[in-house]
Design a protein around this ligand. Structure first.
Ligand code: BJW
Ligand code: ZN
Length: 257
């Protein structure tokens, strides 16, 4: 549906979100941009400076684990110095007060979780976490937020259980997502009445299917993004702009604008 004014579009989305019992909030790197976390694609995105295939694939890690750990260690330090923004906080408040809300993120920065921790809601993280590591041999997962010393293979983090090399607990290109997390996300998408999509280019599969599955199952699609995406044409409401400004207006209680 096209709206005569931005105010009409916001009002339509606000009412739908307030009335719905089951809502999916699906986010990408754009939701954290105003916290100072770089996105992947577009101006200033990580993939403008770094080649994804050199850093975010299992082959890259097998070839040069020091380089990959160094890069993730740097991103971890950057994100640790960032804080959730108004969008993360509004999403956390919305989810904490309503049992039918699922927050599904592609982000590995933990900012939804940090906002949700205060507000008491959980988050489905499709692509893992920057603050965890996983054993390359036995698969054991462990929280890992220490600085990484990438001077040599020996100084890289190793598994407490079996001694093998640990890797960042994120999902790289060509790897499958955790089936439990993905199933939970797809289930929530299929039963959602409204799907609010915030700050994702919606290019990476299978994550982007959260939005298309929801729409196909009849959910109203609301997109908040600075730019057009492959979802924009089929969205019921498209709001162009910054997540930190638009999301609180959509989700927080108060007089309709
Ligand atoms: C704002 C804003 C503001 C900015 N306010 N908005 C061909 C070959 C090989 C593989 C494939 C292939 N074709 C398809 C595939 C599959 C592949 C894929 O989808 N590739 C496409 C890119 C083509 N997918 C996979 O490989 C997945 N696994 C899989 O499919 O397994 C089965 C399989 C196995 C083998 C072969 C094929 C299939 C796994 C994908 C894992 C993605 N991992 C990453 C890295 C995670 C770890 C890390 O962080 O390092 O996840 S890639 C990166 O992209 C990251 C993100 O979560 C993900 C999505 O990006 P996102 O969040 O959308 O960010 P951006 O930057 O793209 O967009 C930001 C948006 O915000 C923009 O729209 C801005 O406008 C907006 N914005 N500021 C509001 N203030
Ligand atoms: Zn191990």
């Amino acid at each position: 549906m096209r709206h005569a004014t931005v105010e009409d579009a916001i009002d339509h989305a606000r009412r739908a979100l307030a009335a719905a019992e089951r809502v999916v909030v699906f986010t990408g790197a754009g939701v954290s941009a105003e916290s100072g976390v770089p996105t992947f694609r577009g101006a200033g995105g990580l993939w403008k400076t770094f080649r994804a295939e050199d850093l975010a694939t299992p082959e890259a890690f097998a070839r040069d684990p020091r380089l990959v750990w160094e890069w993730y260690g740097g991103r971890r330090a950057l994100v640790a110095a960032c804080a959730p923004n108004a969008a993360h906080r509004a999403i956390a408040r919305f989810a904490a007060t309503r049992p039918g809300v699922a927050v599904i993120t592609q982000n590995v920065d933990g900012l939804h979780q940090r906002a949700a921790h205060d507000a008491g809601a959980s988050v489905l993280a499709l692509h893992g976490t920057l603050f965890g590591a996983r054993c390359t041999r036995c698969g054991r997962r462990t929280p890992h937020d220490l600085p990484v010393d990438a001077t040599s293979l020996d100084t890289l983090p190793h598994c407490d259980a079996c001694g093998a090399l640990l890797r960042p607990d994120v999902v790289w290109f060509g790897e499958t997502l955790d089936p439990h997390v993905l199933d939970a996300a797809f289930d929530a998408a299929r039963s959602a009445e409204v799907c609010l999509v915030v700050g994702t280019s919606a290019l990476v599969q299978p994550a982007a299917s959260v939005a298309t599955l929801a729409a196909r199952a009849g959910a109203m699609l609301v997109e908040v993004n600075a730019e057009a995406t492959p979802l924009s044409d089929s969205a019921d409401v498209v709001l162009r702009g910054r997540a930190g400004e638009i999301v609180p207006v959509l989700l927080d209680k108060g007089d309709p604008v």
